[in-house]
Design a protein. Structure first.
Length: 176
């Protein structure tokens, strides 16, 4: 089963997974999840569900896709937090670029890291992952890097809102 579908199923459960798909008339995959969830649950609940789906997606990524990318080699695993986060983000962004053709830029700053996805908004051709799913994915990634601590990840600009990029800001000081 596709990692994205597994993540959606993990968060919604089998009954709601089927119910949302039937009620919305949209198949629940990454491309259709946003439309289906927004149609059934509303905009705010959709964002929250997608954030949790992104977290589940990262956990599935760790179980099924991270090893071939080099996530579990000592040169990644045993680095200090910030270095581990940067190495991991580079690996994730390179894979995202390979899969989507979107050249993700990483901008390092003192207390944060920004991921910048360029391009203009076209509702017919969105990025393969809705932005709240990317936020959830990055939250779970940062928690993995930081030994279970929580980090603020926020979308600070969005193509759907008329910006030229989707920019995700990852704060490197833990919340807890």
């Amino acid at each position: 089963m596709d990692l994205a579908v597994q993540a959606i199923l993990e968060i919604l459960g089998p009954r709601d997974f089927t119910g949302v798909s039937v009620k919305s008339g949209v198949p629940l995959d990454l491309a259709g999840s946003h439309l289906a969830l927004e149609k059934v649950a509303g905009s705010l609940a959709c964002r929250g569900l997608e954030d949790r789906i992104g977290q589940a997606l990262f956990r599935g990524f760790l179980r099924n896709a991270a090893e071939p990318l080099g996530f579990f080699i000592p040169e990644v695993l045993y680095q200090p937090f910030r270095k581990k986060a940067i190495i991991g983000l580079r690996l994730i962004c390179a894979e995202y670029t390979r899969l989507t053709g979107v050249d993700v830029q990483i901008k390092e700053q003192a207390a944060r890291i920004q991921l910048i996805l360029p391009g203009s908004y076209d509702p017919q051709q969105p990025y393969p992952l809705p932005c709240p799913i990317l936020v959830g994915f990055m939250k779970e990634f940062m928690s993995w890097c930081g030994g279970g601590r929580n980090y603020l990840v926020e979308e600070t600009s969005c193509r759907a809102a008329g910006n030229t990029t989707c920019t995700f800001t990852i704060h490197t000081n833990p919340l807890d």
